[in-house]
Write a protein that binds this ligand. Structure first.
Ligand SMILES: [Zn+2]
Length: 480
C-alpha cells in the first residue's frame, strides 16, 4: 500500500471521523473522568479487530489498541480530555452551551480522533502485507500532565521503535522544540485554630506558614536559572479572619528545561516548606500531584513528518470555513496575529509568506519546522514518552492564526471547521507511520538520535512509588 492509498483510506473514513470528533466535542469530559470519550475512541478500533487493553497505568480511561505482529512497532498517541469552564457553542461570540461546564479548548477531541483514523488506515496496510505492529495509545488527562506519565511508568512505550503524535494549533509544522519538565506539588500545613482576637496565643496559623513559604520562594527566585518557572495558587487559605486558620494548602508548579533542574528546585522548595513549618510551629504534608519530563525532539522523525505533510498538501478549508474563522479571529486582540508571526523566524517564513498569512484567517499550507532549539514555557506529558522511545510531534492548523489554546475561540473552531485540519493530521500520522514501516534504516537513525539525546540513561518516573491518580484535581487545573 502506498501513501496515496493510505490518504484515500482516510478520506473514505472522513464522515465517520468527523462524527467521532463531534461526539467528543459535544460531551466534553475532564481528565481522568473521560469514560464516554475513551469508549467512543476504543470502540471503532475494537470493532476493526484491534486487540485492546483498558485501564493501562492504573487509569480507568487509558487504553492501548494494537494490530499486527512483530517489528517494527509504531505507536500513535491520542488525547481526549477537556478543560474546565470552557463550554462554548459554535459561535463567533462568547456563548457557553452550559455555563461553567467543560469544553474542548485544546482540541483533544480532534487529537484522539485523528490518531484513531490513522490507526484504522494502517490496519488496512498491515492486512495487505505490511509487516509490523501499529498501536494506538488512548492517553487521558494530558491537561493535568498525568496520563502518559502513569502509562510510561508501566513501560508501555518502551518497546516502540517510534511514537508519533500531533496537536491542534494555528499553523502546521513539525516540531523540533522542547517543553519544560514539571513538578506539581501541594503542601498542606496544619496548625491550631483559636479565636484570632480573644486567644490568639493558643492558635498556630497554617496560613502564616503558607505566607512564609511564598516569601521564602521569592528569595529563592533570584538564584534559579532564568528559564525556570515557579508558580502557585492558595487552594485553602482559612475560613474567616476571626479564626486562626488551622489548615492551609498551597499548590506549586515548578518548571525548568530539564528534569534534573526541576528535581533540584523542588528539593529546595521542600526545604523552604520545612523552614516555614518550623517558624510557625505547624506541621507540613507534601502531596506529589504529578510531574513530567522535558520533551526530547527527534529530528529524523520530524523530517519524515515534514515530508509527509508536504505530500498531503494544503488543508482543504471551504469558503464557509474561512468566513467563520475570520469572524472568530476578529474577536481576538489584533496584536495576536503579529505576535504570532514574529514568533516564526524569517528564514522559515519570509516576509511575503507572512503577508499571505495576514490576509487569510486560516492558513492551509504546511511550514518547515521553525522551533529548533527553543523551549516552550509550558509542559506536556509527551515528554515522558520521548524519554522511553524516539518520539516526534507536529502541529496542524485547526484554528484561526493567533488563536490561543484554551480559549473559547478554539472551542468554537474545534466543534466546526477544525475537523478539516484533523483529517490532514490523520493523513500525516498514517503516512509517516507507513514510511517508517517500510524503512528500517530511518528507524535506526531515529534510534541513534534518541540514544545520543538520552545519553544511555533509562527512563525514571517522576511519580513516587505509591501514587493514586489525582482524580480530585482535574476540575481546578489545566497545567500544560
Ligand atoms: Zn493540548
Amino acid at each position: 500500500m502506498d501513501h496515496a492509498s493510505v490518504f484515500e483510506a482516510i478520506d473514505t473514513e472522513r464522515d465517520r471521523l468527523v462524527d467521532l470528533a463531534t461526539r467528543l466535542w459535544e460531551s466534553p469530559e475532564l481528565g481522568l473522568h473521560e469514560h464516554e470519550s475513551a469508549r467512543t475512541l476504543v470502540e471503532p478500533l475494537a470493532d476493526a479487530g484491534f486487540e485492546t487493553e483498558r485501564g493501562v497505568g492504573g487509569i480507568e480511561t487509558a487504553f492501548v489498541a494494537s494490530y499486527g505482529e512483530g517489528e517494527p512497532r509504531i505507536g500513535i498517541l491520542g488525547e481526549y480530555d477537556a478543560l474546565p469552564g470552557l463550554s462554548q457553542a459554535v459561535s463567533a461570540e462568547r456563548e457557553p452551551v452550559e455555563t461553567g461546564a467543560p469544553g474542548h479548548g485544546c482540541g483533544h477531541n480532534l487529537f484522539g480522533t485523528a490518531g484513531v483514523g490513522a490507526a484504522l488506515a494502517l490496519k488496512e496496510a498491515i492486512d495487505s502485507g505490511l509487516p509490523g505492529e501499529i498501536r494506538f495509545y488512548g492517553c487521558p488527562a494530558e491537561e493535568i500532565l498525568y496520563g502518559k506519565v502513569a502509562m510510561a511508568r508501566e513501560g508501555v512505550f518502551d518497546d516502540l521503535d517510534a511514537a508519533l503524535t500531533w496537536h491542534p494549533g494555528d499553523l502546521s509544522a513539525p516540531q523540533l522544540g522542547s517543553h519544560t519538565a514539571l513538578d506539581s506539588v501541594q503542601f498542606t500545613f496544619e496548625g491550631v485554630s483559636a479565636h484570632a482576637a480573644a486567644s490568639p496565643e493558643s492558635g498556630r496559623s497554617a496560613l502564616d506558614a503558607v505566607s512564609l513559604l511564598n516569601t521564602g520562594v521569592e528569595y529563592m527566585r533570584e538564584h534559579v536559572p532564568d528559564d525556570a518557572r515557579i508558580h502557585y495558587s492558595i487552594t485553602d487559605g482559612g475560613a474567616a479572619p476571626n479564626v486562626v486558620p488551622p489548615t492551609a494548602t498551597v499548590w506549586y508548579y515548578v518548571r525548568a528545561p530539564s528534569r534534573d533542574e526541576v528535581d533540584r528546585l523542588s528539593a529546595w522548595l521542600t526545604d523552604i516548606t520545612e523552614g516555614a513549618a518550623l517558624m510557625t510551629q505547624t506541621e507540613v504534608q507534601k502531596r506529589y500531584v504529578t510531574g513530567c519530563h522535558e520533551t526530547l525532539p527527534n529530528a529524523v522523525l520530524a523530517g519524515v513528518l515534514g515530508d509527509v505533510m508536504d505530500a498531503v498538501g494544503p488543508i482543504s478549508y471551504t469558503d464557509a470555513d474561512r468566513e467563520f474563522a475570520a469572524d472568530l479571529q476578529a474577536t481576538l486582540d489584533p496584536e495576536r496575529v503579529e505576535t504570532r508571526l514574529e514568533s516564526v523566524p524569517d528564514d522559515t517564513l519570509p516576509a511575503a509568506r507572512k503577508d499571505e498569512i495576514r490576509s487569510q484567517a486560516l492558513y492551509d499550507e504546511p511550514l518547515d519546522a521553525y522551533d529548533a532549539g527553543t523551549v516552550t514555557g509550558g509542559s506536556t506529558d509527551v515528554g515522558d514518552v520521548s524519554h522511553c522511545c524516539p518520539t516526534a510531534q507536529f502541529r496542524a492548523a485547526t484554528w484561526p492564526v493567533g488563536t490561543p489554546p484554551h480559549s473559547w475561540q478554539a472551542v468554537a473552531a474545534n466543534g466546526d471547521f477544525a475537523t478539516e485540519g484533523m483529517i490532514f493530521a490523520a493523513k500525516t500520522l498514517a503516512g509517516a507511520a507507513l514510511t517508517l514501516f517500510d524503512d528500517p534504516e530511518t528507524l535506526d537513525r531515529a534510534r541513534e538520535e534518541f540514544e545520543a539525546e538520552t545519553d544511555g540513561e533509562t527512563y525514571e518516573s517522576p511519580l513516587p512509588a505509591a501514587h493514586e491518580p489525582p482524580t480530585d484535581v482535574t476540575e481546578r487545573a489545566g497545567a500544560d
